[in-house]
Design a protein around this ligand. Structure first.
Ligand SMILES: [Zn+2]
Length: 219
């Protein structure tokens, strides 16, 4: 039986199917062994390492199996409904956050703008005005619009107009800005992907019941 696990890259639930690689024995009596797997969802490599003593009769772990790649596994849970390329950009923005909040915030701004273009259908001269259009439209819940408004404010778009004009440019960030952008992306993912999927599933279940009862279906 394959053990269920979560891909450390994309956080999708997958099954463990690790392949044992060639062990490497060191003269001092320990052996390192790599294990490999490719995520069936995001196609990225997952690598584990373990080390045990070769000088004892029974297996004595020096280091129990630990994840070697990715070096900083996804810490934020992303629901499976979120598709690429938004998912991939989010995962990358989370991955680079500890190393470069600047790069993370830039990836997130670009991702926010892609969602605004593709899902909200809003396209303006810059991110600042696009956010304003969304806020004014009244079509998006307040938890999203308040988050978007704060992206402009925390990012100090007035002082850094480049963040609004070419959203993916890597420019200095304010404290907490990169994390904030990720939070806003999560709430947009929920609004555009997760909640509609839940509604569609419930509707399908209800329609099955209605069909069985010979009643008119929901449209
Ligand atoms: Zn994956």
């Amino acid at each position: 039986m394959l053990a269920p696990m979560k891909c450390p890259h994309c956080n999708v639930g997958i099954y463990e199917s690790l392949q044992r690689g060639t062990p490497y024995a060191l003269p001092k009596g320990v052996q390192w062994t790599p294990y490999f797997q490719v995520c069936p969802e995001c196609k990225q490599d997952i690598v584990y390492l373990e080390c045990f003593s070769t000088s004892t009769q029974t297996i004595e772990y020096i280091v129990e199996r630990f994840i070697a790649y990715p070096s900083n596994p996804t810490l934020r849970q992303l629901p499976p409904e979120v598709p690429d390329p938004y998912r991939q950009d989010f995962v990358e923005a989370v991955a680079v956050l500890p190393l470069s909040p600047k790069a993370s915030a830039a990836l997130s701004r670009r991702n926010l703008q892609a969602l605004i273009h593709d899902l909200a259908g809003v396209k303006g001269p810059n991110l600042d005005s696009e956010i304003q259009t969304i806020i004014d439209s009244g079509k998006v819940p307040s938890y999203v619009t308040e988050g978007l408004h704060a992206v402009r404010q925390l990012g100090n778009f007035a002082a850094h107009p480049i963040k609004s004009l070419t959203t993916g440019d890597v420019v200095p960030v304010e404290a907490g800005e990169a994390e904030w952008n990720l939070n806003v992306l999560e709430s947009m993912f929920d609004f555009y992907f997760v909640q509609p999927a839940i509604t569609a599933k419930r509707k399908a279940e209800m329609n099955k019941k209605l069909q069985d009862a010979g009643k008119p279906l929901l449209k």
